[in-house]
Design a protein around this ligand. Structure first.
Ligand SMILES: *Cc1c(COP(=O)(O)O)cnc(C)c1O
Length: 396
């Protein structure tokens, strides 16, 4: 039989066992965990919409109109007027001919990639791509060429060598644990040169980057029929779900072939109604993105000279690289003691030896809250330095 106890004990020994903390409040700068308020830098609710009164009201209106359950998959009888309106609104927002709404980003990836490629085809994938892309590529059974993070030379070499008739390049648009951007213009040039399709997973760019939050393509002012754009709606959009947008024929093919679209119940229509409201706020309230940038700059200035390095990132994802799993956990615990919650991200989510505090900034934070985090980390860094110096002094 499988020895679960010893497997769990190994996770514990390596500082890799994860524990959930139970939250009893909505997402926001402060969340209550075990009766204690924690200033949170964990959530991907970058624009502060997850608890917005207009979205709550829309969800309630949606429930009153459509009930709670959607009853079946989109292809049977689960596709409502709200879903239809949302897909059209999403397509026009990102400037693509058509969009399809999926229940989550993970489901979108698992459905879309195997619908595009199969045995004998080739997929080219950045080494730091999100887990859902990696799993989806495996599921497709296509040959995988994994290139080092952002390594365009390796990508070009692999594309040039490939004899596959169908080639797909897959990349996070904003890398989820590092906050850096994929070089999308250069990726597109390579896709043109080697006749490949480009799938961009913009889970962290949608709502945040580009004009009015239209995402990575708008950020780089790009438009291409070779691109499939995937956005998720549980992060900056503050609700739930995901979508894929592209040319009309490509999206129609995905509708016909994506098994997670076909064989899974449609998300509740009330979410689509809330998302229509969210899209409206994303588009009209530029101040949220302005504030986000100001807070990110403030954090980076505050943490510039710590012993732990802040990754080069201009997005709301600001990882502080600690390295060692246990040291990272200790730092996370010390912050919790001070009423500040920042997740400790460890392998296999990130490469070995790069455990980090993943600081997420939201437009809902105040400058004073960012300062509180900066002050806490600076004082912990001072203590860590004392420990290191004492160790150095007592060493033979
Ligand atoms: C969060 C995330 C996903 C998954 O989206 P969900 O809607 O949460 O399932 C996909 N890709 C990336 C890069 C992500 O960060």
């Amino acid at each position: 039989m499988i020895n679960f106890e010893s497997q769990l004990a190994r996770l514990e020994r390596e500082g890799l066992r994860r524990h959930r903390r139970v939250v009893s409040t909505p997402q926001g700068p402060f969340t209550t965990v075990a009766g204690k308020a924690q200033l949170s830098f964990c959530s991907n609710d970058y624009l502060g919409l997850a608890n917005h009164p207009a979205l709550i009201e829309a969800a309630q209106r949606g429930a009153a109109t459509y009930g709670v359950g959607s009853g079946a998959s989109h292809l049977v009888c689960g596709h409502s007027t709200a879903h239809e309106e949302l897909e059209q609104a999403l397509a026009s927002f990102v400037g693509m001919p058509r969009a399809l709404y999926f229940t989550s980003g993970y489901m979108a990836a698992l459905g879309v990639i195997p619908a595009l490629v199969g045995r004998g085809d080739a997929v080219f994938s950045d080494a730091l791509n999100h887990a859902c892309l990696i799993d989806a590529i495996r599921l497709s059974r296509a040959d995988v060429h994994r290139y080092a993070h952002l390594d365009l030379r390796q990508l070009e070499h692999d594309l040039a060598q490939s004899k596959a008739s169908r080639k797909l390049v897959v990349s996070d648009a904003v890398f989820s644990m590092d906050g850096d951007l994929a070089p999308v213009p250069q990726l597109l040039v390579l896709c043109e040169r080697y006749d490949a399709l480009l799938l961009l997973d913009d889970a962290h760019g949608f709502g945040v980057l580009g004009s009015a939050g239209r995402g990575i393509l708008s950020h780089f002012e790009l438009r291409s029929a070779r691109t499939l754009y995937m956005g998720t709606l549980g992060k900056a959009a503050g609700v739930f779900g995901a979508f894929i947008a592209g040319e009309a024929a490509a999206t129609e093919w995905i509708l016909q072939a994506a098994r997670t679209y076909m064989f899974s119940t449609a998300a509740p229509s009330l979410l689509a109604v809330a998302l229509l409201e969210s899209l409206h706020l994303i588009e009209s309230e530029d101040w949220r993105r302005v504030r986000l940038r100001e807070l990110v700059d403030r954090l980076r200035r505050g943490l510039a000279d710590l012993p732990w390095q802040l990754s080069p990132s201009g997005t709301p994802i600001q990882p502080l690289i600690v390295g060692d799993n246990r040291e990272c956990l200790a730092l996370h615990e010390a912050l919790l003691q001070r009423g500040i919650w920042v997740p400790a991200i460890r392998p296999p989510t990130v490469p070995k030896g790069t455990a980090r505090l993943r600081i997420s900034i939201s437009a809902a934070h105040s400058p004073e809250q960012v300062d509180r985090l900066v002050d806490a980390l600076r004082s912990l860094a001072a203590q860590a330095n004392v420990v290191h110096e004492q160790r150095a002094l007592s060493a033979p």
